[in-house]
Design a binder for this molecule. Structure first.
Ligand code: NAD
Length: 335
């Protein structure tokens, strides 16, 4: 039976990446019925919001979405669609694997990290106000419930994926209450996995240095929202940049798969952008839908085309366009 999946092509380079990715997915032979809905800049004039209700309703119905990047106009009245979607659908875990690939020009060869980022609170709760005309205050919310839930997700992920260690990242030496609660929650959950999954913690600034010096020493990282956002871009850089970094947002009732990168407006419509991150996000979606073998097939095809280096996009040192790169992957899937 075909899987019904919500497709949100997004802004900028999103639509051409979505086109490339759905072609790759269709080539796997798994049936998909795409429920395409629009969100982002393009729909503001029509709906008065970049996140119309029908988008959320569609994901609630299908329970799974593949999403392109969406522009967040800086300083405008609109909240980020990405943050809005995660909150409306209760997508509490943001999972971002960062794994080295042959053929990419990077400083490291053996990186194999998974970042598990808390997705619903911290400074992203969006509670800000002016204190008089010349000061602004943003409120950082950390709760025991959300921290224990994300820690448990990280440990369960480690168990399910044959991982050995979870590292909690925090700044509890300075934010003793908020980050202190996050760390305490991680320690509480870690106790349930003692003897099976190792646990350690790192202060976020030290973590940045360690990741730049010896990223191969780390396995699964669990972080509050803001540090998770920053560290996942850092880790994307370790393995070849934003163009190749996939992501998954997981909730109890729905999951949304999307690349780490944004809408790169300067490349929109040029058939230049790299679809790898969205295609690898789609492979994460295949695992979620119960097709781990097909996920590996897609990942292997992507890795092989990149390792070979003949038909890759500009950011991977080639001259092939978005569509041509997808064609090369499809050719590998259909031999
Ligand atoms: P960006 O990721 O869009 O682009 C940064 C640079 O990275 C680009 O100039 C480009 O050189 C490169 N790049 C990114 N994706 C690439 C790809 N697939 N192939 C080749 N090169 C690629 O980040 P930005 O410029 O900071 O943000 C642009 C817009 O995207 C903003 O409005 C931002 O809010 C939004 N954004 C959305 C998401 C999301 O939808 N999840 C995430 C991040 C940023």
């Amino acid at each position: 039976m075909a899987h019904r999946v919500t497709l949100i092509p997004g802004d900028g380079i999103g639509p051409e990446l979505a086109e490339a990715t759905t072609r790759v997915l269709d080539a796997t032979g798994i049936g998909f019925e795409w429920e395409t809905v629009q969100a982002g800049e393009a729909v503001i004039a029509e709906y008065g919001t970049p996140l119309p209700d029908n988008v959320i309703e569609s994901v609630r119905r299908t329970k799974v979405a593949l999403k392109g990047p969406i522009t967040t106009p800086v300083g405008s009245g609109f909240r980020s669609v990405n943050v809005g979607l995660r909150q409306a659908l209760g997508l509490y875990a943001n999972v971002r694997p960062a794994r080295s690939m042959k053929g990419l020009d990077t400083r490291y060869e053996d990186v194999d990290l998974v970042i598990v980022r808390e997705n619903t609170e911290d400074l992203y709760a969006g509670i800000e106000h002016m204190v008089g005309p010349d000061a602004a205050e943003s409120i950082k919310i950390i709760t025991r419930a959300a921290s224990e839930r994300i820690a448990r997700y990280a440990f369960e992920y480690a168990v399910a994926n044959g991982r050995h260690r979870v590292t909690a990242v925090h700044k509890a030496n300075i934010m003793k209450l908020s980050d202190g609660l996050f760390l305490e929650s991680c320690r509480t959950i870690a106790a349930d996995y003692e003897g099976r999954i190792e646990f350690e913690d790192r202060i976020v600034d030290n973590m940045c240095m360690q990741l730049v010096q010896k990223p191969e020493l780390y396995d699964v990282l669990v972080l509050p929202n803001l540090y998770g956002d920053i560290i996942s871009d850092l880790c994307a850089g370790l393995v070849g940049g934003l163009g190749v970094a996939p992501g998954a947002n997981i909730g109890t009732d729905a999951a949304v798969f999307e690349p780490v990168h944004g809408s790169a407006p300067k490349y929109a419509g040029l058939d230049k952008a790299n679809p790898t991150a969205l295609i690898l996000s789609a492979a994460l979606m295949l695992r979620h839908l119960g097709h781990p073998d097909q996920a590996i097939r897609v990942e292997t095809a992507v890795r092989d085309v990149i390792a070979e280096g003949r038909t890759v996009t500009y950011d991977m040192g080639g001259t092939t366009g978005t569509a041509g790169f997808a064609d090369a992957i499809i050719a590998r899937l259909t031999v």
